[in-house]
Design a protein around this ligand. Structure first.
Ligand code: ADP
Length: 150
């Protein structure tokens, strides 16, 4: 059976840290679905459709990586796509605390869904979407942290 993983996130913006998780995940799974949460109540900094295009562009040479938008429970989304794995990245203990509780809830909602964590590569450990938004907002150069040009 095909091993399908969903990599859910806000990706506001999608960073080199996220790219690293997807690339490493694509070595482990037959398909990686990058699923960008499209929560209409949450205000985004980077325009969502543009970000989808930029992520697609980033993985244009890797056919096993797909990019989608979603606005539902991740556990249900996984079921719909036949995904048995949820891929997440871990940078530090703060990520761990947060990810631990989400993973437990997701397991309760969909017991067939296994959350798989990849520890960040050291060179990307300090990259966070929120810091990039802050730097970009003040006109700083964030190109170093992104796998595409904005
Ligand atoms: P969310 O809002 O769902 O946390 P994010 O877009 O912030 O979405 O992150 C998606 C996933 O990527 C999370 O598992 C997060 O821990 C992970 N991640 C974020 N930045 C990095 C990084 N630099 N290295 C590894 N994983 C990361």
């Amino acid at each position: 059976m095909e091993k399908i993983a969903i990599f859910p996130g806000s990706f506001d913006p999608f960073t080199k840290g996220h790219e690293d998780i997807v690339l490493r995940g694509s070595e482990l799974f037959d398909k990686v679905i990058v699923a960008m949460g499209n929560n209409t109540n949450k205000k985004r900094y980077f325009e969502i459709d543009r970000m989808v295009g930029l992520i697609e562009e980033t993985f244009k040479d890797i056919p096993s990586v797909e990019v989608i938008l979603y606005d539902e429970l991740t556990a249900s989304l996984a079921k719909k796509h036949g995904a048995e794995y949820l891929l997440r990245g871990l940078r530090n203990t703060t990520d761990f605390e947060y990810e631990n509780s989400i993973a437990q809830v997701n397991r309760t909602l969909n017991p067939e869904l296994e959350t798989v964590f990849l520890i960040t590569s050291p060179k990307f450990a300090s990259i966070s979407s929120s810091v990039i938004r802050e730097v970009h907002g003040y006109g700083g150069d964030v190109s170093e942290f992104l796998p595409y040009t904005i």
